[in-house]
Design a protein around this ligand. Sequence first.
Ligand code: NDP
Length: 240
Amino acid sequence: MSRVAVVTGGTRGIGQAICLALQAQGRTVVANYAGNEEKARTFTAETGIPAYRWDVGDHEATLEGCARVAAEVGPIDIVVNNAGITRDGVLHKMSFDDWNEVMRINLGGCFNMAKATFSGMRERGWGRIVNIGSINGQAGQYGQVNYAAAKSGIHGFTKALAQEGAKYGVTVNAIAPGYIDTDMVAAVPPQVLEKIVAKIPVGRLGHADEIARGVAFLTADQGGFVTGSTMSLNGGQHMY
Ligand code: NDP
């Protein structure tokens, strides 16, 4: 039987591309989403991939959602923590709610998903977790103290959990995408985006399937020696 992969925020954008890449790799894929029912229905109709709704920032809902996937589809061996939101604004205009919501979903979501699935992976002696961070978690970004902190936290979370999973056959890695042409980037004002693209050495935005290819590499059966790493996929915008 093929291994079960759950991709959070899998029904559109980068997550959708990740679902398709893992499906092409022969995985049994399940997508999670927050609330866009119409998009989730179209996604399932077009791909045959079931979509399960829960808020990854809600601890209990995530435990229940993953238990439902395990019961209806099978034990979860691969988790891609891709769900994420932005609530941008400079610090002096950012509300506590904007801070909290971004931390709760982007970083809290990784913790909640790991709590729901890591023990099972450990017991079965095999697992793959990929957390989607961001170039802005590595380099910081004006107007994004919440998002940069959450994404930076994801990179620390990845390295710590990788150490816990290593001797049980569970790898934990991160991908730090640069700017990718999804709905999230479509929300950036055009004049700001123009300045961002000017700073990308390859001279264009990335495509979702270019991130998905990285996830397929990190979750491959042969990927057991890659753990605790951060793959920067950003067109050369940030190198270190
Ligand atoms: P999109 O905004 O296009 O899609 C976000 C997805 O996450 C949707 O499926 C959405 O579900 C889901 N989602 C949002 N909140 C929750 C939640 N609380 N619980 C479950 N699912 C949720 O995002 P992108 O595809 O652009 O980004 C994907 C990831 O990549 C994010 O983590 C983002 O931070 C990261 N990233 C993106 C970059 C970019 O340039 N696009 C750059 C660097 C990192 P629904 O459809 O139901 O709303």
